[in-house]
Design a protein around this ligand. Sequence first.
Ligand SMILES: CC(C)(COP(=O)(O)OP(=O)(O)OC[C@H]1O[C@@H](n2cnc3c(N)ncnc32)[C@H](O)[C@@H]1OP(=O)(O)O)[C@@H](O)C(=O)NCCC(=O)NCCS
Length: 210
Amino acid sequence: MTDLSPLFDVRLRTPRLELRLPTRDDLEALREVALEGIHAESFMPFTVPWTDDPDQADFIDYHEMRRREWSQEAWHLELGVWVEGEPAGVQATESTGFRETLAVGTGSWLGRRFQGRGVGTEMRTAVLELAFRGLGAEVARSGAIDGNAASLRVSQKLGYRVIGRGTVAPRGVEVGHTDVELRREDWRPPFPVELEGVAPCLPLFGLPAE
Ligand SMILES: CC(C)(COP(=O)(O)OP(=O)(O)OC[C@H]1O[C@@H](n2cnc3c(N)ncnc32)[C@H](O)[C@@H]1OP(=O)(O)O)[C@@H](O)C(=O)NCCC(=O)NCCS
């Protein structure tokens, strides 16, 4: 298993938020936030419908699995998000073959009571700064299932462009999906993000050590 200890020292800070790799206790707290609800039961925003489990029995296992399976070739960083010190959700970024592609994907969720106050925009900004400024990414991709206006709006506000349409079937029924992309040259962070502890982690992302 890859030694991920340098990743635990990474901190992304925005005016209101801190993003960091959750400890076991942090994961318990984030699971409680997820249990309080993330979206209306009638609408599934995720391509993998993990919120359909009312007990969130696999929540911690999922995060630990992502760390067990980490490699320089294929990594998946699931950062916890704290809003003024309170655990609020997760902002993930992942890549396969990052050294060659310089492309990342992102995904996220917030507990319902934290939504609609600009936090989603702030946490995506933080992880985009990690990708573009911290890791030298060229492109970041995301997407949203039809009906997820908040997610699409966050992407639109941050300068992403629509690059395609497809379908997914999280609950066994096909639904439309919009793919979006943000290129480095179009990236204008709307507020400053402090990146701490990134340099020692570069080899973990498949990059040469500084
Ligand atoms: C997607 C998510 C992370 C966004 O976080 P957030 O804190 O709610 O987002 P923000 O407040 O920063 O921005 C949301 C934007 O969408 C807009 N919006 C929200 N709901 C909307 C709706 N139904 N119709 C139109 N616009 C809407 C808001 O007005 C805001 O835009 P504005 O700043 O121009 O007013 C959060 O809503 C969430 O966790 N949703 C459930 C899980 C999810 O969908 N995850 C993403 C899967 S791809």
